[in-house]
Write a protein that binds this ligand. Structure first.
Ligand code: GN1
Ligand code: MG
Length: 365
């Protein structure tokens, strides 16, 4: 606590720090809630994992540009309560959006949005709201006047993830390859078809847009009534296929169980959540999504559990260097869970497409 207090002292915050405690379940950064005396705002303090986000200046600049743009849109629309609808970065006494501690670690702060919470599960109503929220997020950024950098280059590039898996198999750093042959065979069988989007991009058929790229359920803040206030965790906001946002939300939200549930028989893709999220998302994005993007949304439903399975598997083979784990086989359990989810959605493309077309053609929602 004393060390964390010293870090907070670099930032221009209001009030006296009363308490600092861990917040959330992120797999990458370390996050804390900084509570101050009762009449002043509370804050979120985060240590940025710079092994993963190697260019902190680019990262913070992206977030600054995006939050400023969204804020000005909300102001223009006359939205109430703007401080609860977009993140606010806190500056250091030197006017920067992050600081380095004496060990070289990078820290940043945002205002804690009062009367807000995150959840790990959603219902139909929240999924409809979430579709709108992530769709609106893309829509608000469609006219961003400056180009954003890729905070993790090729983050959702399936060809890259496939190469990383192949490298991990070849290096066999943790000596685990022989134990997971069955799973690897299943993944490798589908890798090529899962790399369709990159091929279409090279042919100029599929665009990239500014996407959130981590549209997990717990990256939305909800108010006391369960309504979405805003989306958070903006580290991966960058140019990508819209599939990133559509597919990643359904990967977590529509899975009946968490991504690390060991009981594979309980993994189930919830069609009610799919329908609700799709309705909200298409409603918010149909003014700009191209026919190819719409046509390929069912592909995105498959791609994200598949890619996540590949990423967890790669980390497992590399000896768990990327994702935080709680026990030795944690990444393997996650990889199996995600592969199971992929298998469930893989042969349902026509069912999903039918629903998507119905929503697209509906006049109002
Ligand atoms: C990571 O840290 P968190 O939980 O928001 C990861 C996502 C994965 C997710 C899997 C930068 O996100 O891409 O989908 O774990 N973020 C990064 O749970 O790799
Ligand atoms: Mg997160």
């Amino acid at each position: 606590m004393q060390e964390l207090k010293q870090i907070v002292a670099h930032f221009d915050i209001m009030g006296e720090v009363v308490r600092i405690e861990p917040l959330g379940q992120g797999l990458i950064n370390d996050t804390y809630l900084v509570t101050t005396t009762s009449d002043t705002p509370d804050y979120v303090l985060q240590r940025v994992n710079t092994d993963i986000f190697t260019d902190i200046d680019l990262l913070q600049r992206n977030i600054e540009v995006v939050t400023r743009h969204i804020r000005s849109k909300l102001e223009a629309q006359g939205v109430d309560d703007i401080d609860r609808r977009v993140l606010s970065l806190v500056r250091t006494w030197d006017g920067l959006t992050y600081c380095r501690d004496d060990k070289g670690k990078c820290w940043r702060m945002t205002l804690f949005i009062p009367r807000s919470h995150t959840v790990d599960e959603v219902n139909v109503a929240t999924s409809l709201d979430a579709g709108r929220a992530f769709g609106d997020f893309e829509r608000m950024l469609i006219d961003l006047p400056v180009a954003l950098g890729e905070t993790i280059p090729d983050f959702h590039n399936m060809e890259l993830r496939a190469r990383q898996l192949a490298d991990a198999i070849a290096a066999n750093r943790a000596g685990r390859v022989s134990q997971v042959r069955d799973l690897l065979d299943q993944l490798l069988r589908h890798v090529d078809s899962m790399c369709q989007a990159e091929r279409l991009y090279r042919q100029g058929v599929l665009p990239k847009r500014i996407c959130h790229c981590d549209t997990k359920v717990n990256n939305m803040l909800l108010d006391d009534e369960g309504k979405v206030l805003c989306v958070i965790d903006l580290d991966t906001v960058m140019p990508s296929f819209v599939f990133s946002d559509y597919g990643d939300f359904l990967r977590t939200a529509a899975n009946e169980v968490p991504e690390d549930c060991e009981r594979l028989q309980d993994v189930r893709f919830r069609e009610d959540i799919f329908e609700a999220f799709t309705t909200g998302y298409i409603h918010a994005t149909r003014s700009f999504l191209t026919d190819v993007e719409l046509e390929m949304l069912p592909f995105a439903i498959q791609l994200f559990p598949f890619m996540q399975s590949v990423r967890f598997m790669t980390d497992y083979l590399n000896g768990d260097t990327y994702y935080k784990i709680k026990y030795p086989d944690h990444n393997l359990v996650r990889a199996r869970n995600q592969l199971t989810l992929y298998q469930q959605v893989a042969d349902k493309e026509s069912v999903y497409r039918f629903f998507i077309n119905t929503v697209k053609e509906r006049r109002s929602m």
